[in-house]
Design a protein. Structure first.
Length: 233
């Protein structure tokens, strides 16, 4: 199975309805992630990297974070599929910021994208049928077959979208189940128990900084996801 051809990208997200910021809890790790899925143990960026960053124009303002499931309208360059919901949480941070491995596992692919940057995919076990991804990465530091620990630096945020956000890089966090196109799953449904409180604090800090700039969010449950229905693309 090759996922590298199943590329769908959202580089600009517009039209997010501005509402009250709802800081819901992350999904209970008793979400019963299967051993082959793995569990999220780190956001793809250091804790404070996205706080207050002026990223994409979304819903009347430039946000630091765009959640899974946000209805972005027609997809942008490189997209596959016809849906309009954002299939992967998007994080913005200053250029040069390290991108971190989201899970403990093995690198399964390092793929150069149409955008000139890279996708790095990870599996929690050899029999995995669901894969984690950090997408839009430059200067990758790992290769296929490398073992990684969650929080390990694997590259830097991409400068691809800096044409729209000067000095600011982008990275997306994905959880994909095989298919053509693959199904994207809310990654915050599968969070490591001991990492749950820390990841929630980090997301809350990013969202609170956006809210302080007048950029509220639609309700999220779990935190980081507007809805949990899988998204094809």
């Amino acid at each position: 199975m090759s996922l590298q051809l199943n590329r769908r990208r959202i580089l600009t997200v517009n039209g997010l309805a501005v509402g009250m910021l709802v800081l819901a809890s992350l999904a209970n790790p008793a979400s019963a992630a299967q051993p082959s899925v793995g569990v999220l143990a780190s956001l793809p960026l250091p804790a404070s990297a996205s706080i207050g960053v002026v990223g994409a124009e979304s819903g009347g303002g430039s946000r630091s974070f765009v959640p899974f499931g946000y209805d972005s309208g027609p997809r942008g360059e490189g997209a596959i599929g016809t849906g309009t919901r954002n299939p992967q949480p998007v994080f913005y941070a200053p250029l040069g910021t390290a991108v971190l491995a989201p899970i403990n596992g093995t690198v399964t692919q390092v793929t150069k994208l149409y955008s000139g940057d890279f996708s790095i995919m990870f599996a929690a076990s050899p029999n995995a049928r669901t894969f984690w991804e950090v997408e839009h990465v430059i200067t990758p530091k790992v290769k296929k077959g490398d073992r990684v620990k969650a929080g390990q630096a694997v590259g830097q945020v991409s400068d691809y979208d800096s044409r729209n956000t000067p000095g600011i890089g982008i990275v997306e966090l994905g959880l994909l189940q095989g298919g053509n196109p693959p199904q994207h799953i809310c990654p915050f449904l599968h969070v490591e128990k001991k990492a749950s409180a820390r990841i929630q604090r980090e997301l809350n800090a990013i969202l609170a900084a956006d809210s302080a700039r007048g950029l509220g969010s639609a309700p999220m449950a779990p935190l980081g996801c507007i809805g949990t229905q899988p998204i094809a693309g």
